[in-house]
Design a protein around this ligand. Structure first.
Ligand code: NAD
Length: 343
């Protein structure tokens, strides 16, 4: 039985990934390590809490001793590192925790993985590891910076992050690359575009707009709302990580995008339309400093080499997402009341 350490599994994408993997692979053990920051919510995992192949450990990925203990206790084979501080606006207010979790936390995981998997852990020149191990770093399109009106990000483009969040994610990517180049650690880096779907914390654009719209509250849109994002349904993202986990070539980077470019204002108008509300709820607010104008992913590598394709059209994904938020009022209420932060 393979033992997979999923970090940040109480967050949006991590919790969807855990449910996806437990549903698909009854012979994998999933160990979810999460510090339960404001973004971590164990309500996201209620369906799998009792699954004998699932374990939860509350821990900080930057805590070297604790991470070593977890690797020892569960004899981890694969790491999928989702754990991160993820909100750009928060990184503009204070970037220190972003550097600690996103860069230092990733380095701690890499070093413990190197030692645990190496056939000669104390020999820093040893490049041989036991069979079947891999470190997967979940990164973002934001590390590439911003695009003009045309073109798409490819994996060989330079890293030009424009905000402290994306700079910390780029730092983590470079550390993962260095562990591969220096120590031969088997790794993959995946860079995905903006995700949406069930269980996303309502500080992010789509859940914020859906929830405010349901409650007929203002819908704040940054600047002119003409920023373009390439939207990826979270289930498609989970399937892409599954493909990389099983078929990804060690050392390779894979871009993952949904082929769904939309301006923010177009997206908000769609949500208003689907919920049958008035466009007068939309309020333009002062733009975010350093706001990237356009992201778009070139998917050619993962589609041609690993056979993954996004299955969801944006129309289907957004309607399922809206329906999920409408049917999960208790989940929303628990976040608003703070009740989700039970231990
Ligand atoms: P999220 O904010 O919903 O969840 C992050 C999780 O990490 C939370 O459960 C939090 O408690 C946990 N965490 C934070 N600091 C930790 C620490 N020090 N130790 C252990 N756990 C810690 O994030 P998400 O949207 O699910 O994103 C997951 C990953 O995907 C991140 O690495 C992010 O950079 C990347 N990503 C996300 C998107 C997106 O659209 N959501 C797009 C591209 C890349």
């Amino acid at each position: 039985m393979k033992s997979i350490l999923v970090t940040g599994g109480a967050g949006f994408i991590g919790s969807n990934f855990i449910k996806y993997m437990l549903g698909r692979y009854p012979d994998y053990k999933i160990v979810n390590v999460d510090a339960l920051t404001y973004a971590g919510n164990l309500d996201n995992l209620k369906e799998v809490e009792q699954n004998p192949n699932y374990a939860f450990v509350k821990a900080d990925i930057a805590d070297n001793k604790k991470v070593e203990e977890i690797f020892g206790q569960y004899d981890i084979d694969i790491v999928v590192n989702f754990a991160a501080e993820t909100h750009v606006d928060r990184s503009i207010l204070d970037s220190s925790i972003f550097v600690r979790t996103n860069v230092l936390g990733t380095q701690v995981l890499l070093e413990v993985a190197r030692k645990h998997w190496s056939i000669r852990p104390d020999d820093r020149h040893c490049r041989e590891y036991r069979e079947g191990v891999k470190f997967i770093q979940i990164s973002t399109d934001e590390v590439y910076g911003t695009l003009g009106n045309t073109g798409k990000f490819t994996e060989d483009m330079p890293l030009l992050p424009n905000n402290p969040y994306s700079a910390s994610k780029a730092g983590a990517d470079l550390m993962v690359r260095a562990y591969h180049k220096t120590y031969g650690l088997p790794v993959n880096i995946t860079r995905c575009s903006n995700n949406y779907g069930p269980n996303q914390f309502p500080e992010k654009l789509i859940p914020l707009m859906i929830i405010n719209c349901i409650k007929e509250k203002d819908l704040p849109v940054y600047g002119d709302g003409m920023q373009i994002r390439d939207w990826l349904y979270v289930y498609d993202h989970c399937a892409a990580i599954d493909a990389v986990l099983h078929k990804g070539v060690s050392g390779e980077i894979y871009n993952i995008g949904g082929n769904n470019e939309k301006t923010n204002i177009e997206l908000v108008r769609l949500i208003v339309k689907y919920l049958g509300k008035s466009g007068s709820l939309i309020k333009h607010v002062k733009d975010r400093p350093g706001h990237d104008r356009r992201y778009a992913m070139d998917n050619t590598k993962i589609t041609s080499q690993l056979g993954w394709q996004p299955a969801y059209t944006f129309e289907r994904g957004i309607q399922e997402t809206i329906a999920w938020y409408m049917n999960n009022q208790e989940w929303i209420d628990n976040i608003i009341s703070g009740g989700y932060r039970r231990e």
